[in-house]
Design a protein around this ligand. Structure first.
Ligand code: SDX
Length: 445
């Protein structure tokens, strides 16, 4: 959508003492709030300050829309709860990449193309051996994903639409294989080849839990739950990891290296690392009786503890993904006949208490996508240190869809934020012999 279609015919007038009023166009997208276009400020010698980009749009996008106040999440216009219950992950991958859901013929062709690329180059197997067995799987994924750029840099022209699309297919296909390999490596078991007669989620479960000694039977309820978890994590607008992929890609960097940037950002506990941190928090709380102690810690400004799986930069209402996740959690625990799951009971009671507490109500802190996902993954038998890898596996299609959209954008340019300089004003170098000791805390290290 070119900028002329975004004009709302309204302008904001900025009055700066000693300056003529500055007129700034107000833009309006298909959905969402009006936006003040501040690009002209530079020509007046000003720029804006917005740490964490709380009030800043970095780009235009057609892929995902979030209304945080109403708890709305759309992918190419389709509500997330409908996608999660009426489609599968590969349909959502097609949707994010192509703009609409596939018909049966398109779905079959897309699935076949993805399955053709599920294997990885044999030399990647030896890359794993460079890692300690007890490496965190996300550390391995960051390294291996970046290393993929060494396998595809020569025949990859990022300005060729077909090369960009092939990159997306390769990543969607290979990321489950690499994720399962990072798990197998950490438990000292042999890597399991993909089986292309299985579904996307079924194949991942197979590569995770099969061994050469016996067949692995995919449980259809678990397969469907995992596919739904993939859908719920597929994309989420300009979150920290997607913005990292876009910023890295804005310099024309290799797309596999850009995905490695996304993986690195996602790993943080404030972002995709929250599902692992949330389950560890629930295990640390341990019993319903200890919840008040941790609620108090979360509210204590002098305590860095936060309720993991709670709160969101955009959602000031219930994260729509968390609702679907909670329903899926019940289904999986029932299917696996897991009664009185201690962590689940703590989670349900923690949510009830938190959501009735003024501190959380006043700050619009609700459960987010990470609050229940860890319980499902735990029940499926996926180890806690693999939770963020599962998130990364699912989010890869969102990352590469945004990378493609950025490369196709007519106004795409290298991302280069500005700053407010608060350092030492200009000064001259003093000869070493005349210098006083440098006053720095680093001398104690
Ligand atoms: C994801 O952006 C995305 O879309 C991300 C994501 C995606 O799909 O890509 O949705 C995935 O990252 C979900 C979020 C997962 N993270 C967590 O669950 C970690 C716990 N949550 C927080 O760290 C926090 O809520 C953030 C990071 C998610 C959001 O932080 P903000 O928007 O910067 O909010 P803030 O830190 O300014 O907090 C506002 C207030 C503060 O209190 P006051 O200073 O106003 O008194 O709320 C408090 C915070 O202390 N607060 C919390 C809290 N989250 C915010 N207090 C206790 N527990 C929490 N979890």
């Amino acid at each position: 959508m070119a900028d002329e279609n975004l004009q709302s015919n309204k302008v904001a007038v900025l009055t700066i003492p000693g300056h003529d009023p500055i007129e700034l166009p107000i833009l309006k997208g298909t959905e969402g709030p009006e936006v003040i276009d501040v690009r002209a400020l530079g020509s007046h010698g000003y720029f804006t300050y917005d740490p964490g980009f709380v009030s800043t749009a970095s780009c235009k996008s057609k892929i995902t829309f979030i209304d945080g106040a109403k708890g709305i999440l759309l992918h190419r216009g389709y509500p997330i709860d409908q996608l999660a219950t009426q489609t599968d992950y590969l349909q959502v991958c097609y949707l994010l990449l192509n703009g609409d859901l596939p018909n049966q013929e398109q779905y079959d062709s897309f699935s076949k193309r993805v399955k053709y690329h599920t294997m990885v180059h044999e030399q990647i197997n030896s890359l794993f051996k460079a890692f300690r067995r007890d490496s965190h799987p996300m550390a391995i994924m960051c390294g291996i994903a970046g290393a993929l750029s060494a396998f595809y840099h020569d025949n990859l022209d990022i300005y060729d639409p077909e090369h960009r699309y092939l990159t997306a297919i390769r990543l969607i296909a290979k990321i489950p294989t690499l994720a399962a390999m990072s798990y197998k490596y950490s438990v000292g078991q042999p890597f399991i080849f993909p089986k292309n007669n299985l579904s996307y989620a079924g194949n991942f479960l197979h590569m995770m839990f099969a061994t050469p000694c016996e067949e692995y039977q995919v449980n259809p309820v678990i397969e469907k739950a995992l596919d739904r978890i993939f859908i719920l994590h597929a994309d989420h607008e300009q979150n920290a990891s997607t913005s990292s992929v876009r910023l890295a890609g804005s310099s024309g960097a290799n797309p596999y290296a850009c995905i490695a940037a996304g993986l690195a950002s996602l790993w943080g506990p404030a972002h995709g690392g929250a599902n692992e941190a949330c389950l560890r928090m629930l295990e640390r709380i341990g019993t319903v009786e200890r919840i008040p102690e941790f609620i108090a810690k979360a509210k204590d400004k002098n305590d860095s503890f936060r309720l993991m799986g709670f709160g969101h930069r955009v959602y000031k209402n219930y994260d729509p993904r968390a609702r679907v996740m909670e329903q899926t959690c019940h289904e999986v625990l029932n299917e696996l006949n897991i009664k009185n799951h201690p962590i689940f009971d703590v989670a349900v009671e923690l949510e009830r208490i938190a959501r009735s507490d003024d501190y959380f109500i006043e700050r619009n802190l609700y459960p987010n996508v990470d609050f229940y996902s860890g319980i499902i993954l735990n029940a499926i038998g996926i180890p806690t240190n693999m939770f963020t890898v599962i998130f990364a596996l699912a989010r890869t299609v969102g990352w590469i869809s945004h990378w493609i959209e950025m490369n196709e954008a007519e106004d795409s340019r290298i991302g280069r934020p500005r700053q407010i300089y608060v350092g030492t004003p200009t000064r001259d170098v003093i000869a070493m012999a005349n210098r006083k000791p440098c006053d720095t805390p680093n001398n104690e290290f």
